[in-house]
Design a protein around this ligand. Sequence first.
Ligand code: PLP
Length: 428
Amino acid sequence: MSNRYGFNTLALHAGAGVDETNSRGVPLHRTSSYVFKSTTHAADLFALREPGNIYTRMMNPTQGVLEERMAALEGGGGALALASGTAAVFYSVINICGRGDEVVSANNLYGGTYTMFDSILPELGINASLESPLDPANLERAINEHTRMLFTEVIGNPVLDVANIGALSEIAHRYHIPLVVDSTFTTPYLFRPLEHGADVVIHSLTKWLGGHGTGIGGIVVDGGNFDWTDPKFRLFNEPDPSYHGLRYAHDLGELNPLAFITRMRLVPLRNLGACISPDNAWIFLQGIETLPLRMQRHCDNAMGVARYLSDHPAVKWVRYPGLEKDPAHEMASRQFENGFGGMVVFGINGDRTAGEKFIDGLDLISHLANVGDAKTLAIHPASTTHSQLTEDQQLQGGITPDLIRMSVGIESIEDIQGDLAQALDKTK
Ligand SMILES: *Cc1c(COP(=O)(O)O)cnc(C)c1O
């Protein structure tokens, strides 16, 4: 598939040929394993002398189409689909860092990633410094001789600040470490981090890429340009005894530029096992076909909701990168195409119970802990996702008691605004 096709065309066609059955839809290959043609064939597959399918934990043809499509949409060299966005983040870290290596990361992260970096990775001997990315110099100051990667999300939690990916990539490359970016909230329709100097892009497919709230999955896209031959990247330069003494940065032949994603398949995925199911890979392909249409409507509706809330007397404050007065607007406008995403956060006048009354008053809008569904979703983090924290800890994380997080869907905008209007009325 020519990468010169436009984005809309790639979303529909990239990675998918027509096989001997002439099926137009991408076939769903529900199989755990694949028959070898001969003992020689089997031995060649296992020794990586010949590419091919062995076992679905490592690869599956339906998953392969998803990987090629996402690599094409991001402008990357290759991709690996996994069981969840969380697994995609974890495997990206442990594919680079071993005991004693360190991560420098933005601190305004998705909750699960924050916990992984703050308490799980240190148990494995991988420390993470979590810094405010509002000034990229904060992250630069945290880099030391043990640092092996820089990590950020494009749109942060909870108030939707936007990272300067170009500035962060310059810093990372000055210290010869890769910039790894979780781009879930933007999708490649709004922003392609590789074009701004990132080296690895991660998505939770669960959100806007799948787009219908029907499956959990994640993906890692390798830009294919980072040089892993620096000996400080131990995992890529020392012979791997579990793989015939292979040195991933040197011995992969024409796959050497894709050493990162190849190692992720051969080591973390093969041996730790967070593979995507073929069914979920198929569901995400179905979602991606309409990503440009849905994402445009998400952006248009979110802008409509942000403007509506800004003018509403019961609303104290609104954050949306698309609003001209928003602190993130300049950075977002400089980097994004087509719009500013589907997330809006806001505060309601009154105390914490005003937020609870608002949520309980919603009718059309669903109260749940997800984002990126085609349907509009809302949650009050102080009483749910972040309720285990003390009020002080909540405030430190920017979770004010009045904060409502909305993932704006693709319904008729009048109906979303109508539901907001009647629920806001109940907060008085
Ligand atoms: C949801 C999400 C994740 C985790 O993805 P799962 O598919 O739920 O495991 C990671 N990062 C961001 C930004 C997310 O929104």
